[in-house]
Design a protein around this ligand. Structure first.
Ligand SMILES: [Fe+2]
Length: 173
């Protein structure tokens, strides 16, 4: 028993050395606002999942982080879809489908986490953690960055509207 625990400890220590933290950088900037803030939060949650790998003792600890991540991701997707509808973003239907697929994937990751026992928990958490990392970078780079020019156009439009509103409130000479 003690030997087994020692082995698990070694495995955890080895896994912690392979954990990659995703650093936020300029290459991920989509809107310089709320979408970027959400993405930074998601980066933080996924880094937290990965940095906890050496400490997971039972699957419910992983499931708790995954549940928080899923809830935040759902909120984020709603925040992304709204301006796309308003601006008539041409890829909004595809983007919505990708979002729905990711939410479904979370259920698969939770199932995977639940399949872990004390002997497999480190390997399973490494696997889920790398899925999460790949998903997030792919989501931002491949799915969200194409939104950038549309977001900029929307902002210019909103600025124009602001000026119009200001003009109409100006007292007539
Ligand atoms: Fe996003």
């Amino acid at each position: 028993m003690a030997i087994q625990e020692k082995e698990r400890g070694k495995e955890r220590a080895a896994a912690s050395k392979t954990v990659k933290v995703i650093q936020w950088g300029e290459q991920f900037v989509v809107d310089g606002g709320v979408i970027d803030r959400d993405h930074k939060t998601l980066f933080g949650l996924i880094n937290e999942f990965n940095q906890n790998i050496p400490r997971y003792q039972s699957f419910d600890q992983m499931v708790a982080v995954l549940a928080a991540l899923k809830t935040y991701t759902q909120t984020h997707f709603q925040r992304e879809e709204k301006p796309q509808e308003i601006s008539g973003y041409p890829f909004q239907e595809d983007h919505k489908k990708e979002h729905a697929e990711i939410i479904n994937n979370f259920d698969g990751w939770v199932q995977k986490a639940k399949s872990a026992n004390e002997d497999t928990i480190t390997a399973v958490s490494v696997e889920i953690g790398s899925f999460l990392r790949e998903w997030l970078t792919e989501h931002v780079i491949e799915q969200d960055l194409p939104m950038k020019p549309y977001v900029e156009r929307m902002r210019e439009h909103a600025r124009g509207m602001g000026e119009l509103v200001q003009d109409s409130t100006r007292p007539s000479p």
